[in-house]
Design a protein around this ligand. Sequence first.
Ligand code: GLA
Length: 377
Amino acid sequence: MTDSQSVHDGAAPAGAWAAPGRVNLIGEHTDYNDGFVLPVALPQAARATVRLRTDGLLRLHSAQTDGGPVELSVADLAPGSVEGWAKYPAAVVWTLRAAGHEVGGADVHIDSDVPTGAGLSSSAAIECVVAAAYSDLHGLGLDGPALARLAQRAENEFVGVPCGIMDQMASVCCTEGNALFLDTRGLAQRQVPLDLAGAGLRLLVVDTRVKHDLADGAYAELRAGCERAAALLGLPALRDLAPAGLDAALDRLPVELRPLVRHVVTENARVEQAVALLDAGDLAALGPILTAGHASLRDDYRVSCPETDLAVEAAVAAGALGARMTGGGFGGSVIALVAADTLDTVAAAVTTAFAGAGYATPRTFTAVPAAGAHRIG
Ligand code: GLA
């Protein structure tokens, strides 16, 4: 079949899907330790129009990049063979085939308003939207967790980043108005109502616009450190260490692993506390938990950086109820829980603090809990 036939053949299965980026309220670097997370999907999403092709070609176009489509042969896809943004959709097609699904090529047009490099899961959004589109168009019937696992495998094996499953589960399984309480061991999930407006609150997102280079290597090292600590303690994962046993466990570990373990154990406890507060309708009390989570990421896990530390400090000094970095760290974004009538003051205070420190002007916006991946056309 020629190119123009496959593109314009009205009978070819086609449609449009959306999958969102996310912020994480609390539970950072816990997912690859089989722990708890509490992400919220953003209204910003990757949108993909997909039309299947029968000639084995994957033609990928992004509204965010100049130039024509990236054209790939599905049969030739292999880890490491694709560079740039195109590796994310290509990874999903490769993974589907590696998982035994007989899928071929497609024309894929992606338009995303999830900020890239901001710790808001723009790549997971692309992976999840393509996974959802392929599952529907090929009638694979993959449910939310299956789509998320597939997208995570794409990131791990094709892209080569050893991420956990939080971002992909958030992008697929979040629902409007809720945070997703997820046990990453076994993927038990519960939607927890997050009626910020009803509580007179807002969730401010500050994209610091910095991404430090060490992010990927450092992430893999931190993950390896956690796995080593769990092995030394004789546990399947750090999730299996209860807070009551923390001090005794730390005594048995080499000094350099102790802060990692302390972060993971206290962070899991913070997720459970946060969920209890949301269940009780006490949203404002979440603030100090967020700030404590940031201190743990800064002092124990050491994935914050001067820009995210300053954003947190300036937000809290200007009256935010609490603030913390969100995502993997080394730059990226900060979330701040604020009373609705202080939203502008807090955002302005962070911007002023950044100008004073000579940092680039941060981008600020308000997060409203949105829906996970779904068909839009
Ligand atoms: C990145 C990874 C996630 C998670 C976070 C940290 O976003 O993709 O799996 O580990 O970092 O919580």
